[in-house]
Design a protein around this ligand. Sequence first.
Ligand code: GLY
Length: 372
Amino acid sequence: MKSVIPVPLPDQPYEVVVATGGLDHLGTWLGGGESPLVKPGQRLLLVSNPAIFKHYGDRALASLTQAGYAVETCLLPAGERYKTLGSIQKIYDAALGFHLERKSAMVALGGGVIGDMTGFAAATWLRGVGVVQVPTSLLAMVDASIGGKTGVNHPQGKNLIGAFHQPRLVMIDPTVLKTLPAREFRAGMAEVIKYGVIWDRDLFETLEAAPRLDQCRYLGDELLHKILTRSCQAKADVVSQDEKEAGLRAILNYGHTVGHAVESLMHYRGVNHGEAVAIGMVAAGAIALRLNLWDQALADRQLALLHKTQLPTQIPAGLALDDLLRALLSDKKMEAGRLKFILPEALGQVRITDAVTDDDLRSVLTTLGATA
Ligand code: GLY
């Protein structure tokens, strides 16, 4: 199975390829055809982490070297806490040692952390070299690898340092999800459900029709392929209409406002990003219900999908309402002192609003389990 999703950006159009076994054809996608994305013979710096590289490094290297590239590897420790300028320095050191030139490129083989860091290093090395995204987690496949947001964390906050740098190619091989831990798969599914609510009603209904969504192995190849292509298409649609988040792209933050507050109060432990987004989507759904934007039946359908995916739908025990409100007000997406919310109006349709009051938030967050 193979689908190609164009991301038609005016300055740098590219394709997202969803292909069974795509990892083994990476070199051909990159270097084949009349105008290769990176010219064969060029140097490629492949950035990964030891666990991912152990599973998939040999296949990626074989495919790239057979296509005529000279490839060097840079392995970084796994985990969000290594998403730092220190790790970027290690990529620069490898790039320097390997004589990476302007026409060379970096290849990110890994989840969102590797993708974001490699993208940022590529955006800044020699004022910009190409980057190829080869995401290995569901979350990175449907979100982080597409759209060109790259960066690292500052000790004071997530993703505060970064740049927009679109990839030359996003290569998604669904078979690599077989080694993804179930909890990480569910975290990615939160973003998939998000696309169903904000953009693609058919995707939402496809998810409703699936018997189970909590583990990759229950989906089957065809459903997994459809979920990946519809999600990537949704992201490509939004990004190609608003590359730098002047307006529309903000809808991708559905569920992220309350989600970020939960993650930050939990100090990014005990709840992962997708789980926090799931809780945030329930909160956004409940606020939309309170504001009569949508109805109980739709809110229940969203809740049912999250339950079917075994994602959390309540605020973790012990989080205090006032702390949550404070964290919400320090959200970097505040505009002119007002909190912006993405709220659903129908399946596949959301609006951006600053009309959510303190009372709305208090009521909804308390119902979801915040302690008074
Ligand atoms: N992950 C949200 C965005 O790419 O805009």
